[in-house]
Design a protein around this ligand. Sequence first.
Ligand SMILES: O=C(O)CCC(=O)N[C@@H](CCC(=O)O)C(=O)O
Ligand SMILES: [Zn+2]
Length: 332
Amino acid sequence: MLALGKLLELTLAGHEPTQKIQLTTKGVCLRWLGEGALEVRPPAATDSGLDLLLSAGVHGNETAPIELLDSLLQAIARGQLIPRARILFLFGNPEAMRRGARYIERDVNRLFNGRHAAASGNEALRACELERLATTFFSLPQRTRLHYDLHTAIRGSRIEQFALYPWKQGREHSRKELVRLQAAGMRAVLLQNKSSITFSAFTYEQLDAEAFTLELGKARPFGQNAEVDLTRLDASLRELIEGREADLDQPLVQLELFSVSREVIKHTDAFRLHLDDDIENFTELAPGYLLAEDGAGQRWVVEEQGARIIFPNPKVANGLRAGILIVPTPQD
Ligand SMILES: O=C(O)CCC(=O)N[C@@H](CCC(=O)O)C(=O)O
Ligand SMILES: [Zn+2]
């Protein structure tokens, strides 16, 4: 296999390849752009017009999606998967991947849309670099732009695989993209209703890509992901990459839609979340339930009918989201 097909190995070893550009037997160009970053370009004659950004490892301990991207890239480098899309493969936080940690000093996925400029340290630099790489990749006119930022969650989930769809004033969520997510095995989509500081929010808000965070199961170390079933996502990505996607005019029968009701923000060290440590994402909370308390008598009491909690985490830094209260959204 071509050396550049081993982007994951190079990234985990902290090695720079000697050859930065290689051609597969099928005429596909692989170009190393920096640590954990590689562009795949099909021959012009077969290009489908899709620019596909696939990122994983923005949280370094979320290994199942990293392994998925590794297998796709290896298949391309071996000539077994023949891309008609331009692809940018990104491993988000190489140092955290090497250490098996979510992050080292700062959560990279809270440093986009300008936040890195007000922060210091290697992870702020990395977020800036990821923004630069994505901006350059998505700078070609008249192309379809799609970004999947792949994650796994800290805890188990009543709905195992789901997507978060960013928001931008004046822009509608695309039904076609929801069908695509359903085909890829997602069972729910959380529609955001405000601007955010995550990677997918950056590419959606600033670069006009259709962009999603995909949650694919529970985070486990490398080699221990047998329980994370990525069969459907893998098949869908291969179809997208090879430009042989099925009809997207399908009913959304297998997809539950939710919207954000409230984000629970931790303001002080006095913050307390009144949930068991092993509570699963999408657990329903009854109206009247005291969810969290913080300094100065601040209280979060559930008021919403059908409210569910996702990403509860009292250990986040002050000022960051410690959970999201979501509610079902009727489909039209
Ligand atoms: O399990 C958790 O608590 C967090 C899982 C995770 O990393 N989720 C992403 C979601 C990003 C988004 O809101 O689009 C994150 O929190 O960064
Ligand atoms: Zn994550």
